[in-house]
Write a protein that binds this ligand. Structure first.
Ligand code: HEC
Length: 178
């Protein structure tokens, strides 16, 4: 290969590489908005109001992502979510302590308008109580010995939001998104 032919090949290779680079950076920009998303709300536990870190990856549905960003539960008043929430409430044995109508049994009623933990009038507050448990008789995720570090253990954020939709629907008009 002559010297000038070699240069031509080199230039062509460089052009191709830089074109690929551009393509890669364009697609990185295009996907950025869904990836760059930080939690806008800060969870705290119900026991001591200490920061409660919940793995962002567990918020894996549109409703859960919306909740993480705004603290609002978009399943409230959604008939499908309410029906699923009722089932989930039974599945995780919430029923055993809070009753089949969530109006209380061994555990307190959950439908309001007043709550043992006043912050449970908001969906963010009730979420924190369900996720991390309380001082007085309810463990994390409603179960005594739940290992919170295992994300596959027990109720998921999306399921908590559906349970809330059902619980709120049993009450007297409080949505928790007020
Ligand atoms: C072993 C019994 C038991 C189970 C199972 C249980 N809870 Fe509870 N729950 C309690 C008790 C007792 C309290 C009151 C705790 C306190 O006073 O600190 C409570 C409190 C709560 C509160 C706060 C109520 C308020 O007035 O502020 C919510 C919300 C709640 N539970 C939701 C749930 C959900 C959802 C589930 C299922 C995932 C569940 N619980 C499972 C016993 C239970």
């Amino acid at each position: 290969m002559g010297n000038s032919a070699f240069r031509l090949v080199l230039i062509l290779v460089l052009i191709t590489v830089s074109a690929c680079d551009k393509k890669a950076s364009i697609s990185a920009v295009a996907t950025a908005p869904t990836e760059v998303r930080g939690p806008a709300i800060n969870f705290v536990d119900t026991q001591e109001a200490k920061p409660l870190v919940i793995d962002e990856k567990l918020f894996d549905t549109p409703a859960a992502k919306e909740f993480l960003a705004t603290g609002k539960n978009i399943y409230i008043n959604n008939a499908d979510a309410i029906a699923k929430g009722k089932k989930i409430f039974g599945l995780y044995s919430c029923t055993q302590c809070h009753g089949p109508e969530a109006k209380g049994q061994t555990g307190p009623g959950l439908v309001g308008p007043t709550f043992r933990y006043p912050k449970d009038a908001t969906n963010k507050g009730m979420f924190e109580t369900i996720w991390h448990g309380t001082n007085g008789g309810m463990g994390a995720k409603g179960i005594g010995l739940m290992d919170l570090t295992d994300p596959k253990n027990g109720i998921t954020p999306d399921e908590v939001l559906k349970v809330q939709a059902w619980v709120r629907s049993m009450g007297t008009g409080l949505t928790g998104n007020e």
